[in-house]
Ligand binder design. Structure first.
Ligand SMILES: [Zn+2]
Length: 502
């Protein structure tokens, strides 16, 4: 099937060239944005490897690459000012310079991808400036927490504190990058508060405990001890809000950190009224995340006039505003390319259910995104393959931990048919184990080898095509695929490239 398919694609590409040469735009790819998210390790650390990587993008009709330049682990350019944060392999090699030069030669735009508020537990800035860390009501950073039985490894930084991480570290990094490189856009990721643990417990750092009551006008700075009470002459308690009575209790200064945090999260605007102070906490968080996008945009534009900004955001800004401080509708004016991460993992249900929910989401997003010039939908290619991948992952875990043979068999049965066609050796090995458990190491090794380099076709290309079709049918301007390493491992470059050529 493959040689034929390649010949057909080749012909289509040739035809597109001929028609484009004749001055018609009809055969140009119909999606304006054909993008991928990428990791530096996919491009390597030499001129030759980066060039080969960009050639791969060009072959797949990609016209925008969103490349990590700052992760939780450090930065990927040879900065002198931020030398301690540079990832070791990138101290001598100017990776962004080569990537941008080679990409622009091929008409590919480069967005520089920043992990905004997520740092690593051991990252330079988290160790050097613990006072910039976001804190919970006990005064502890996110690295003090456990998630699914494991220590939580991301050190979330306080977005609100000034001076702090935002204005002293993150924005200066963005400015240095934009000054130094002819990048097309800065890309925000983790532009939010933590969400996978305790969404309501950050940030209660000293700065936020002081600033939130000011932000929400819980007292008058010029009359700090005045209760500002007026006659309660209306039937509803909350109907008396406009004169801004003092919300903080008289002995606020004597409250402990836990008590202050608890009041700011669970308290009431009026004593005895609704427990509504959480509204103002969420509003404060939304405000500071949006303020960061404003600051980053203004400073990046000052450093490089005309530079644009893109952002990876969650699928529903109404909900992400509440849970992670990311109401991305408020990024309008400071972000030009919205890239909602409409990954399968963010939807409930099986593959078909997900396709329906995805279409529904995109229609909502088009409304929420109406003040943004570009809406490009993010698709995580590898997450489409839970049915083909997870049974193998679960089998491996069961075999390693000496799980019941019937449980191993249940997982095996889910993929047995595909394995028989695409990996007869692994199929035989697993079938033998299921019938008479022995030689567990051999089976684990075979599963690992298979998952590291699965044969083309095991992960059915149709699932990616169907998903991309659903996105395109919603009438959006572009698609961003996560990620280049996933396309490589799952052998989906030709599929993605063929789709982008249409
Ligand atoms: Zn804070």
């Amino acid at each position: 099937m493959h040689p034929t398919r390649r010949r057909v694609l080749g012909l289509a590409a040739w035809f597109a060239l001929v028609v484009a040469g004749a001055g018609s735009a009809a055969a140009a790819p119909s999606l304006k944005g054909r993008a991928v998210w990428a990791h530096p390790r996919d491009a390597g650390t030499t001129e030759a490897s980066v060039t080969a990587f960009v050639d791969q993008l060009a072959r797949a009709n990609v016209n925008t690459v969103v490349m990590e330049v700052k992760t939780a682990g450090g930065i990927f350019w040879p900065s002198e000012r931020f030398a301690e944060a540079v990832v070791a392999e990138y101290r001598a090699f100017d990776f962004p310079a080569v990537l941008i030069r080679e990409s622009h030669k091929r008409g590919i735009a480069v967005h520089a991808w920043f992990f905004d508020f997520a740092e690593g537990a051991d990252s330079y800035v988290a160790r050097q400036h613990p006072e910039w860390l976001a804190r919970n009501p006990e005064g502890q950073p996110t690295t003090s927490e456990m998630l699914r039985g494991q220590p939580y490894r991301l050190a979330w930084m306080c977005p609100a504190r000034r001076p702090g991480y935002t204005d002293q570290w993150l924005v200066p990094l963005i400015v240095e990058f934009a000054t130094r490189y002819a990048v097309d856009a800065i890309h925000h990721d983790y532009v939010r508060y933590p969400g996978d643990l305790a969404p309501d417990t950050y940030c209660f750092c000293d700065d936020c405990l002081r600033e939130l009551p000011k932000y929400a006008s819980y007292y008058s700075p010029s009359r700090p001890d005045d209760a500002l009470l007026s006659p309660f002459d209306r039937p509803h308690l909350e109907a008396h809000w406009e004169r801004s009575p003092r919300v903080l209790p008289p002995n606020w200064d004597q409250y402990s950190r836990e008590m202050k945090s608890r009041l700011l999260l669970d308290g009431s605007f009026f004593p005895g009224g609704h427990r509504d102070l959480d509204y103002f906490l969420y509003e404060y968080r939304v405000h500071w995340i949006a303020e960061f996008t404003r600051l980053a945009f203004d400073e990046a534009r000052r450093a490089r006039p005309g530079v644009e900004v893109s952002a990876a955001v969650f699928k529903n800004p109404v909900q992400s505003g509440r849970f992670i401080g990311q109401d991305w509708r408020r990024f309008a004016g400071f972000v030009q390319y919205l890239m909602p991460m409409d990954y399968r993992g963010h939807y409930a249900g099986d593959f078909e259910t997900h396709l329906g929910l995805l279409a529904e989401s995109i229609q909502q997003q088009k409304g929420w995104a109406r003040d943004f010039p570009h809406l490009w939908i993010g698709v995580a290619a590898t997450q489409l393959y839970d049915e083909e991948r997870l049974p193998l992952v679960r089998m491996r875990a069961l075999v390693t931990s000496g799980g019941a043979p019937s449980d191993v068999r249940a997982q095996f049965d889910l993929v047995s048919g595909r394995l028989k066609s695409f990996a007869p050796d692994l199929h035989a090995s697993a079938a033998a184990y299921v019938n008479a458990p022995s030689n567990a190491e051999e089976l684990v090794k075979r599963i690992d080898t298979f998952l590291a380099n699965p044969p083309a076709g095991y992960f059915p290309p149709e699932k990616l095509v169907r998903t991309l079709d659903v996105v395109k049918q919603q009438g959006v301007e572009g698609i961003v695929i996560f990620s280049t390493s996933g396309l490589t491992t799952f052998k989906l470059w030709e599929t993605a490239g063929g789709f982008f050529a249409r």
